[in-house]
Design a protein around this ligand. Structure first.
Ligand SMILES: Cc1ncc(COP(=O)(O)O)c(C=O)c1O
Length: 354
């Protein structure tokens, strides 16, 4: 068996190259070889280490299990044509994780520790990174959870910071295919709640609405603002954007209960600086969809999913087309994905080489 040197300098046996059908990867759990784990106790994080064990052994009283004291992140590593590996804006994920941790009273890893842990995991699992040209990437899942013996509703005595990774396929098999969505009567977050933090409770709240939307053959639920239910907030676990008729302006909702999508802010910048569009962050009333010629959902996993149509009550509104992505959506997609895979010039600081 060949030997590989993991980033702490020790040599470990390297498992055989995984037998993966790279062209047909979906978004499912695949156990990779190495994951990172650090432990916080008595006011400080330990040095952290890579481990092959994918099972956590934690106290039955862990606050993460009972009171939802946890948060997570999602970002990807991309294999480039020259064989190098790109992380896309990991500093933004580190910053968002720090904000999520603050909201639910947890210590956050520093930005340097966050990026270092991601790099270690990608390097140690290099053989799981989908080859350039397959459209696949290595999805990284950092998380912080409250652990340790406890029963009262309070912040945990100890915390774990972990990062694991999974090879994932292109969201779009055979190009950008539009999907239809339906507005939900449920809220994923409260008006002054935790919507802007990437904490598990928001996702638990979205399971039933998501299931109900899928039972009606929609891709997912669209959440309206929790205060008035008149404005679009999120599209499943992605942000919403739209292009005004005539193609002049990129519009995206702004609200304290939306998770600030790193993809969305990247598209906003690209729309303005690469496509020469006007950009507007503001209210998107659900009864004013006629103003738009294109719409999409965006996020790390979704990349850009063109929105074919939105069902709201009795009304079904179609944007550009139910079968084809609109021209501006297509240009944004090419720009974003080109940067991520290293084929187009990235704005300063967006790409961190592994
Ligand atoms: C609720 C929600 N909104 C939006 C996004 C998209 O955010 P990002 O572009 O940072 O992946 C995600 C995924 O992280 C999400 O879970």
């Amino acid at each position: 068996m060949t030997q590989t040197t993991i980033p702490d300098g020790s040599a470990a046996p390297r498992p055989s190259v995984p037998d993966i059908d790279w062209a047909n990867l979906g978004f499912s759990y695949i156990r990779t070889d190495w994951r990172y784990l650090a432990h916080w106790q008595d006011g400080a994080w330990d040095a952290g280490h890579l481990t092959e064990d994918n099972v956590l052994h934690i106290s039955e009283g862990s606050t993460a299990l009972h009171y939802g004291q946890q948060c997570f992140e999602g970002l990807k590593a991309y294999r480039c044509a020259d064989g190098s590996v790109n992380l896309f804006r990991p500093d933004q994920n580190a910053a968002r994780m720090a904000r999520s941790c603050e909201r639910v009273l947890m210590p956050a890893p520093s930005q340097a520790a966050f990026i270092d842990a991601c790099r270690q995991v990608v390097r140690a699992n290099d053989h799981f990174i989908p080859p350039y040209g397959t459209g696949g990437s290595l999805y990284l899942r950092p998380f912080v959870i409250g652990v340790g013996d406890n029963i009262g509703v309070r912040s945990a005595p100890e915390f774990l910071f972990g990062v694991f990774c999974i090879p994932v396929g292109p969201y779009f098999k055979g190009g950008l295919s539009p999907m239809n969505f339906v507005t939900s009567g449920y809220d994923r977050a409260a008006p002054h709640g935790t919507g802007a933090a990437k904490v598990g409770g928001n996702y638990a709240a979205s399971l039933l609405p998501g299931q109900e939307a899928k039972a009606r053959h929609f891709a997912d639920a669209i959440y309206l603002d929790p205060e008035t239910h008149t404005k679009i907030e999120e599209v499943g676990s992605a942000n919403f954007f739209a292009i005004t008729k005539g193609g002049s302006t990129f519009v995206t909702p702004s609200s304290p209960s939306i998770l600030p999508s790193i993809t969305k802010y990247s598209l906003l910048w690209l729309a303005e600086h690469r496509l020469g569009l006007k950009v507007r962050e503001g209210d998107v009333p659900i009864d004013r969809l006629d103003e738009f010629s294109e719409a999409g959902a965006c996020g790390t996993a979704a990349v850009i999913t063109p929105i074919g149509g939105i069902q709201h009550g009795e009304r079904f509104h179609v944007f550009h087309s139910e079968t084809e992505a609109g021209p501006v959506t297509r240009r944004l997609y090419e720009e974003l994905v080109g940067i991520q895979f290293g084929d187009r010039e990235a704005p300063e600081g967006w790409i961190v080489k592994v």
